[in-house]
Ligand binder design. Structure first.
Ligand SMILES: C[S@@+](CC[C@H](N)C(=O)[O-])C[C@H]1O[C@@H](n2cnc3c(N)ncnc32)[C@H](O)[C@@H]1O
Length: 247
């Protein structure tokens, strides 16, 4: 199933349940930015690509950015809008591959976090997204990417990952490796009227290493300020130092 359909027909219905309380996650992201000197300095505009229900958008708003949260899933953007902590965040229903449509915002910060870049179709698409982001960023602007590194394979039973369970829902994630991608199956058991029902849906994620992402960033004139795993999420903060060509 394509990623968009996967969210529309499956994951969006239980994404917020899966994440639980957004507050500690938003605070953690806010602290990451503050401790790396990422704060509104020029245009104050920030774009959150693949915003989902808003963990990072909320943090950006609290830091004083004017935030545009971009996602192709309407349900998650509605949830974000309904969250009082996200007051003032603007939402835009758009495929993140169309990020150049937001050029007129003159963003000083673009983020694509929570394993969203790996949702793209291929490494080439990731490369294009990064290149487009660097083109529309203001000089000295920041690009922040957080994603999972699927390049080392889990084997056998390790590929069955218990994600979350409550009295009426159990979510397991199953990984199957292909050379360039990993197939992810979200297996949900949901109880209604005393009966357990199974819902299954699969999609693919790109297997890419942080050093490949760093290389793409550097080829696009970005300097790396931070590159480290945080809570098993590869975290890269890159800065556009104004030396870029071909803008
Ligand atoms: C793994 S979630 C991350 C959401 C949020 N950033 C977080 O950390 O919770 C990925 C999000 O990106 C969105 N998404 C994936 N591919 C997209 C695309 N090509 N264009 C727009 N949104 C996309 C999904 O709808 C989903 O909300």
């Amino acid at each position: 199933m394509r990623v968009k359909e996967h969210y529309e027909k499956h994951l969006a219905d239980f994404y917020s349940w899966m994440l639980g309380d957004l507050e500690p996650k938003s605070t953690e992201f806010q602290n990451l930015l503050s401790s790396n000197g990422v704060e509104p300095k020029t245009t104050k505009n920030a774009i959150d690509l693949g915003a989902g229900n808003g963990i990072q958008s909320i943090a950006l708003k609290r830091l004083g950015f004017e935030v545009v949260a971009v996602d192709f899933n309407e349900q998650l953007l509605k949830e974000l809008k309904a969250n009082p902590n996200a007051k003032g965040v603007k939402t835009k229903l758009l495929d993140i591959t169309q990020v150049r449509e937001l050029e007129s915002l003159k963003p000083e910060l673009i983020i694509c976090c929570g394993d969203t870049i790996t949702h793209l179709d291929s490494k080439e698409r990731i490369e294009k997204l990064i290149s487009d982001c660097t083109k529309i960023l203001t000089d000295n602007g920041h690009l922040i990417l957080t994603f999972r590194n699927y390049t080392s394979e889990l084997s056998d039973q390790q590929r069955f990952i218990p994600v979350k369970s409550t009295n009426d829902r159990i979510l397991t994630c199953i990984l199957e490796y292909e050379p360039e991608k990993v197939k992810v199956t979200d297996l949900l058991y949901e109880k209604s009227n005393g009966q357990w029902n199974q819902k299954v849906s699969s999609y693919q994620k790109v297997r890419i290493e942080p050093k490949e992402v760093v290389q793409i960033l550097e080829e696009n004139g970005m300097s790396i300020k931070l590159n480290q795993p945080i809570n098993r999420m590869e975290t890269i903060i890159a800065n556009k130092n104004g030396l870029q060509h071909g803008i």
